[in-house]
Design a protein around this ligand. Structure first.
Ligand code: T1G
Length: 699
């Protein structure tokens, strides 16, 4: 577990090297092992100083997240972290200098181990990330981070870092004062040893007489101004849905008023409660493990050789087509961007260039990188330019006839192994594949707008889609750095179908006379990125109306309708308020000032005397999505809970604290969820009736 040696100058080097794990992680076993090594070095009079290092490519990746899903008791957890605190304080106060030699990722407890050292030297490693990302897992920097960072950076900067949870580059960490020096990788160990030799009397600032928190103590005027604002900002960002936010504020507020030994004990108690919290279990399971599995293509069919995507064709140079081209060219893939004429294709490329120019201005990309990326996008109006493509993606109008026409024309240029994908957001793939001469090579690749920002791609298997097409599509999604879920065919597939229920429920409530501001704010308080009325203004009521009409036409008598249907008709056909692009929908969208809810909504939808409370509105907006996801699972549109959870969070911002749209059922409690939905169905319509076997479908 640890490689330890003492050099001729008496400097001991303790190298983390946890066996059978790809990265060094901290758990009961490894922390006990580290304690033994530290105690041995401190007790050995021959040791004049200690360097903490790693024998792996990275330093230490923090606490062993595998253990977070176990149901551990306070009695089992608390001693581990109190023990780690004692080891850290021994390192700080034993009278021997401790230096951290950070060769790679130092995250969470890994960076907190480095914080227990008197000095931190990092290798100039562009891949390394340094920081305390615990809040992203639902927990808090409980290895001393909430106590040492504010004592290093001050309360404001410290809270900012702890609540942000960012993973910093080495340069950023040096600028923030998180590391004290940066050296070439080959000089790291010698530099660390030298510092230890040169600083035999090293101590931590907080162990020196007269120490005061940089910028003022908690009870100073600055502190008293900071915490109310920090509380308010924390509340505004989390609406109380993420208990770790409050826990971090409490650790800093309570712990930094006391000696660090007491502060560390305060922190450990909050940490243990956070590790055991259902929100943490949900966030870790979906946000860490399931998303990693999705990125690693857990769903990839076996026996299909890895596809190398060198060239793709994109049909339709609109917003989606341009975004797909940028995302692909940005990962070194040559793109032919085709539209009905050259000028349109050129415009599409120019539109795709705009975000790159912004990134160059912001210093997030060099002009050379932007130019190289754009050089890989070739606008054209000639199908012949598709020759040699490994994959063609159509992103033309949501019209079956147009899609059929471009499918036939493009396939005529493709090799036998090339795949044809449709970026349709709702039209069933099986139907679109009827226009294909090679339905086994026809698949759905549903991107989300804006493509350059949205991490999810929904891969849709049509009835005749073959494994090779699925494998190639997944290889492509991974190559462009996005996260795929694989779903089976159906109207709206999984994402469009489930997300539509959120929008429709908001409109149904508006029609019932629920105050529009209550609907919109309750959605945000529930953790959705924006309210349902704003969403549909952005995506256009005209598009929603067209989709509903197509659905009604396709289903005929089987179409059950929805209270929102006639609202779409009213806004598009009668009121001429189709949405944000027209400057008016449920909101007014003036160009020179912020949007606001249309004041006339009350005239068209008189406010009901009895308004529901926020809790009921939140519940209707979240539960209706989970009910539809359960139906998708029951019908086999999604076969894995993880796909539904990952797809909902990455696809449309279903709140992370729930663990995802199906995990929400379990977090609510299956019986509680089922009872509530049945009650909502009795009150608002059978759309709330969950399918049978909720428990089996939600796990
Ligand atoms: N625990 C367990 N396994 C981990 C792990 C961890 N902390 N970090 C990585 N792995 C596994 C991962 O599951 C994968 O396994 C393999 O390592 C490679 O990871 C007390 C309470 C370090 C930046 O949040 O951010 O410390 O799939 O594929 O892209 O205050 O992993 O191969 O079987 O992601 O190069 C805080 C989480 C914990 C860091 C590397 N630490 N990890 O990324 O490889 S809470 C974190 C990462 C804590 C203390 C608190 C990334 C990485 P497998 P990978 P990568």
């Amino acid at each position: 577990m640890f490689e330890t040696g003492i050099d001729s100058d008496g400097i001991a080097v303790i190298k983390w090297n946890i066996p059978d794990r790809p990265v060094n992680v901290m758990n009961e076993t490894t922390m006990a092992g580290f304690r033994d090594e530290v105690e041995r070095a401190i007790a050995d009079d021959a040791v004049k100083g200690v360097v903490i290092a790693s024998a792996k490519d990275d330093f230490i990746a923090g606490a062993d997240i595998d253990g977070f899903l176990e149901d551990l008791s306070v009695e089992a957890l608390l001693p581990q972290f109190l023990m780690f605190d004692r080891v850290g304080r021994a390192m700080e106060t034993c009278g021997k200098p401790f230096v951290a030699a950070i060769n790679g990722h130092a995250l969470g407890g890994g960076f907190e181990t480095a914080l227990c050292c008197h000095y931190r030297i990092a290798a100039d490693n562009p891949k390394a990330r340094i920081g305390l990302p615990e809040i992203g897992l639902g927990v808090l920097p409980g290895g001393g981070g909430t106590q040492r960072i504010p004592r290093m950076l001050g309360l404001q900067a410290g809270l900012q870092m702890l609540l942000d949870g960012r993973k910093h580059t080495v340069d950023e960490a040096a600028k923030m004062g998180l590391v004290d020096a940066v050296v070439p990788p080959g000089e790291l160990l010698d530099a660390a040893k030298k510092w230890a030799l040169d600083n035999p009397d090293a101590s931590q600032p907080w162990d020196r007489k007269g120490f005061r928190l940089p910028g003022g103590n908690v009870q100073s005027q600055a502190g008293m101004q900071l915490f109310p604002a920090a509380n308010a900002m924390g509340r505004e960002r989390s609406f109380g849905n993420y208990p770790a936010v409050q826990a971090i504020l409490s650790c800093v507020y309570e712990g930094c008023q006391r000696h660090i030994d007491v502060g560390l004990r305060v922190e450990s108690k909050y940490l243990v409660n956070m590790i055991r919290h259902p929100v943490t279990k949900a966030m870790v399971r979906t946000g860490f493990f399931e998303m990693a599995k999705a990125r690693k293509l857990k769903a990839r069919p076996e026996g299909v050789p890895k596809a190398k995507i060198g060239k793709i064709g994109i049909l339709g140079a609109g917003m989606m087509g341009g975004g797909i081209a940028t995302a692909s060219a940005g990962r070194g893939i040559d793109c032919v961007l085709k539209d009905i004429n050259r000028a349109t294709a050129e415009n599409g490329k120019a539109r795709a260039a705009a975000p790159l120019e912004r990134r160059v201005k912001q210093g997030r990309m060099t002009a050379e990188q932007a130019s190289a990326l754009l050089g890989r996008i070739a606008p054209t109006d000639d199908y012949a330019d598709l020759d040699g493509s490994d994959l063609v993606i159509e992103a033309v109008f949501e019209d079956r006839a147009i899609k059929a026409s471009v499918t036939e024309a493009a396939e005529a240029r493709l090799g036998d192994d090339a795949i044809f994908a449709s970026n349709t957001s709702t039209l069933p793939i099986t139907g679109l594949a009827e226009a294909s001469a090679r339905p086994a090579n026809f698949i759905g690749l549903h991107f989300f707008s804006p493509v350059e920002k949205m991490p999810l791609v929904e891969v849709i298997r049509g009835a005749r889609t073959g494994d090779a097409a699925v494998a190639t599509a997944l290889d492509y999604v991974q190559a462009i750095g996005k996260t795929p879920i694989v779903v089976n065919d159906g109207r709206g597939f999984f994402t469009s179908r489930v997300f539509a229920t959120f929008v429709m429920e908001g409109i149904a409530m508006l029609k019932e006379g629920v105050a529009p501001a209550l609907i919109e704010n309750a959605a945000r308080i529930a953790g959705m990125p924006v309210g349902p009325l704003e969403v549909v203004d952005n995506t256009s009521l005209g598009l929603s109306l067209a989709i509903r009409r197509q659905w009604k036409k396709d289903l005929g008598k089987a179409y059950t309708g929805h209270p929102a249907d006639d609202v779409f008709e009213l806004f598009v056909e009668t009121l001429d308020r189709p949405g944000r692009k027209a400057g008016k929908g449920f909101y007014d969208w003036p160009e020179d000032r912020p949007k606001r809810l249309w004041p006339e909504l009350g005239r068209h939808f008189p406010r009901a005397a009895d308004q529901p409370d926020v809790g009921e509105v939140k519940q209707r907006l979240l539960h209706i999505q989970s009910v539809e996801a359960l139906r998708c699972r029951a019908e086999g549109v999604v076969t894995e809970r993880a796909d539904a959870d990952v797809g909902s969070i990455l696809g449309w911002g279903f709140p992370m604290y729930t663990g995802g749209v199906l995990s929400w059922v379990g977090q609510t409690g299956v019986d509680e969820f089922t009872d509530r939905c049945n009650a909502l169905a009795d009150k608002h319509g059978e759309r709330f009736f969950p399918p049978d076997e909720v428990e089996a479908l939600a796990v």
